[in-house]
Each structure stands twice: as structure tokens, then as C-alpha cells.
Design a protein around this ligand. Sequence first.
Ligand code: COA
Length: 199
Amino acid sequence: MNTKVSRVYPRSLTFGDTTVELATMTAADAPALAEFVKTLPVHDRLFVRRDVSHPKVLDAWIGALAQGHVTSLVARDGATMVGCTAIVVDPLSWSSHVGELRVLVAPAWRGRGLGRALIQENFALALGLHLSKLTVQMTVDQRAAIAVFEELGFRAEAVLRDHVKDHDGQAHDLALLSHDVAEVQSRLRMFGVDDALQH
Ligand SMILES: CC(C)(COP(=O)(O)OP(=O)(O)OC[C@H]1O[C@@H](n2cnc3c(N)ncnc32)[C@H](O)[C@@H]1OP(=O)(O)O)[C@@H](O)C(=O)NCCC(=O)NCCS
């Protein structure tokens, strides 16, 4: 797998009168990431395979960036992290063509279009990483989040019963959605616009 990010960062996104900077996440973002995670409701962390409120999990995330197994973006409003994403790939598995996408937006920033923009940005990243499929998972009650992903072409593939347990020991079902990135790329190529996504 080619883990080189071919898209150019930083880039700017405008939401109303606020400009958000998008950049690739590096080890220097670790303190801001730890602050960002504190703003998330506990329930929103359940869909991520590991509990991101745990410092060891954040350390592993930052460590994986250097190894190229995780490609992460940060969205900043000034010095404050207001969103972040991760595409996780296991290059040694039989699914090295599949990226697991995670998208998190700070509660104060939700409903302004940042989440949708970050998901679209990750389509371009996935193409640059030569992935053919993206998966995303979230608890089945995250109806709004599921709707955003479906609107962008993700389709439900499975429901994993009682798959995550919260800190109170209550089990929740996980929905697994996927997107055929390779198919989208071939459609774009047909229209001659796929190059635009690579820069
Ligand atoms: C899912 C998530 C990334 C969406 O981010 P966002 O910045 O709010 O998304 P957008 O502003 O682009 O919203 C897209 C649409 O979903 C709706 N929406 C998003 N989150 C919503 C929420 N919590 N409640 C109600 N509607 C919501 C918006 O109204 C918008 O629809 P519209 O443009 O037609 O009005 C964000 O809610 C989040 O971080 N959730 C917790 C983590 C999670 O579930 N991540 C997804 C699994 S990886």
C-alpha cells in the first residue's frame, strides 16, 4: 500500500464567516487532541474501536501516524481543534485495501457542514492511499450521523449486536457502513474529473 498522502495540506474551508484550516495530524497535535477529546460526549466515543479518552489510546494514535497505518486530518479554528478524522489501515491483513474511517466534530461545531466536508475530504485521501473500500461504524442510535454517511454514498453492511459496552456496562449495537471508493473513482475517471481529487 502506498501510504503517501498526495493531497496538498494545509487547505482552508469556509463556514459562514469562519475559516477552518485542514492539516495532516502530526505528533505536535497531541496536546490539542487530548483537549478536543474532552469536549466529546461519552456516547460519541463508543463507535471508535478504542476509548479515546484513555491517554494510552491517544499515544498509540499519534504513534501510528508515524508508521503510516493511520492517516489523520485535523480541522482548526485558530489554535483550537474543532474536528479530526482517521483512516486506519492494517497493511499486514487480508484487508489492506480497506480503510476504517473515523470522523469526529466538536459538539459546538456540529450542524455547520464541517462533518460532511471532512468525510468528502477523506474520499480524496482514500483514493490517494489506493484504498478500494472505506468502512465506518457507529452505534445504531446515532441516526443523524448514519444519515450523513448514507447521503454521501455509504451503505449499511452489518449490525453487530451488543458489540460495545459503555462505562456503565450497557451494551450497544454497532452499525457498519461501507463505501466502494474504487467504484466512485472509476465513475469520476469516466467523466475525466478524478485528477481534481488528487491535489
Ligand atoms: C457525525 C458528525 C461527524 C457530523 O458532523 P457535523 O459537522 O455535525 O455534520 P454536518 O454539519 O456536515 O451535518 C450533516 C447533516 O447531518 C445533520 N446532523 C449532523 N449531526 C447531527 C446531530 N447530532 N443532530 C442532528 N442533526 C445532525 C445536519 O443537520 C446536516 O444535515 P443538513 O445539512 O441537511 O442540515 C458529528 O455529529 C460527530 O462527530 N458525531 C459523533 C461521532 C460520530 O458519530 N462519528 C461518525 C462515525 S465515525
